[in-house]
Design a protein around this ligand. Sequence first.
Ligand SMILES: Nc1nc2c(ncn2[C@@H]2O[C@H](COP(=O)(O)OP(=O)(O)OP(=O)(O)O)[C@@H](O)[C@H]2O)c(=O)[nH]1
Ligand SMILES: [Mg+2]
Length: 470
Amino acid sequence: MASAGYFNQDTIASIITSPNAFSPVGLIRLSGISAFSIARTIASRSFNEKIKSHFLYRTSFIDSKEEVFDEGLIVFMRAPNSFTGEDVVELHFHGNPYVLSKAISLLIQNGARQSLPGEFSFRAFRNGKISLDQAEGISSLIASTNEYSAQRSFRLLQGNVKEGIQSLRDQLERFLMEVEMDIDFSDQDLSVIDFSSWSNGLKNWVDEVRKIREDFLKRKPLLEGVKLAFIGEPNSGKSSLFNRLLGMDRSIVSDEAGTTRDTVKESIIVGDILFRITDTAGLREGAGYVESKGIEKSLQESKDSDLILFVVDASVLEKKADSMERTLSLIGVEQRSKIKILLNKIDLVSNSVDFLKNQNSLKQLKIPIFAVSALTGEGFDQFLGSIQENLEESDGQGSFEIGRMRHFEVLGKAIESVQEAILKVDRGEKLPDLLSADLRLAVESLGEITGEFSNDDMLNRIFSSFCIGK
Ligand SMILES: Nc1nc2c(ncn2[C@@H]2O[C@H](COP(=O)(O)OP(=O)(O)OP(=O)(O)O)[C@@H](O)[C@H]2O)c(=O)[nH]1
Ligand SMILES: [Mg+2]
């Protein structure tokens, strides 16, 4: 069973630099009870029992026939003073895929197991070296695609979230203490607690956590990239705009309606922001089987994206206003706030852009409109500038910054439990033991962020999304 892997106590090994790169140095890490002895099987230098911990030794590396295949450095780190808290060895080779692959095979032959994704971090967590949120910080830092995200991930790694959560938890513990003191008195009909100020205090707590969550949603695109989908009628120029944004001919463009059948995805970085962009099949009625499948995908894509760029062909706007509105209505109302209209092909129209934007069909939609031309590039800077402006760093209303969607969701659960207690007081149900149960649930939720409260499933899910070797 794959899930059992993380909980094994054996010695694990992995290439921890890019395994397929040709680079000056390539590293392999071993961790576990036999790390030292397994590493020694491929080192030509004989290390006796007096190996110095955290000391860089020079050695050659040998295969099972004692033939030297590389030379480099080796460092032994004795438990508990290592990343994982176990005996760890790091071996420095030349960064060649064949050398590294040979070395890792030898280590596995000699008793190590190829590590699972995130297994080193998992062990560090299990051995109390880092909290769960800090492990996530490591994973985020490595995956960061811009400076903003790298900086925030590093803070996560350093324990900013852990500290913030601790403070939220301390506050809850105080409310909990108050209400639990009351339990002792409740059978004497003697309440020591002022329930209305107690629940007001909790309301402030909820407000604070709400701010932390809202703050995250604003920062999320900067952390994780922005998903943009080009959606619209066939021939409106979605693929042409997609290609222009990407700066290359990726999607096929033609004047045949229904050219794009499948979704096409690419990523680009504009002004330090990662954009994950998707070209989709044009939306229309009466499409054949394959095209209809494509249209289903387009609509799904509009749901999954942060921003929907609804492309309208300006040259046929006046003639085809009705059809455009029908097409637009295929995108669910709940997606409405994500839509921006790209009025494309303005190089073809003689009317002014303002005139077009003020056409009834467009004006009444109350959706931001950008006039552009995929052909000439006109209007592109304005359009991109405006997206970037919207993404500018928020003022940071929250008392600290969470780093992941998981934290956002767990805080949501904590709020629900606290709200439950507030509601009980509002309804006059001032039963200290029930109120305390609600707050205990909230405290547990907070503990899920740091990993203090966790279960195997949750840990498997989190760590298996990490890269191999982390
Ligand atoms: N003059 C002009 N022509 C454009 C512009 N954008 C796209 N076109 C042309 O419009 C036609 C359709 O463009 P596509 O990019 O294939 O349109 P699409 O929306 O991807 O179409 P489907 O994939 O069929 O849904 C092609 O002939 C393009 O060259 C533009 O800004 N100006
Ligand atoms: Mg297309």
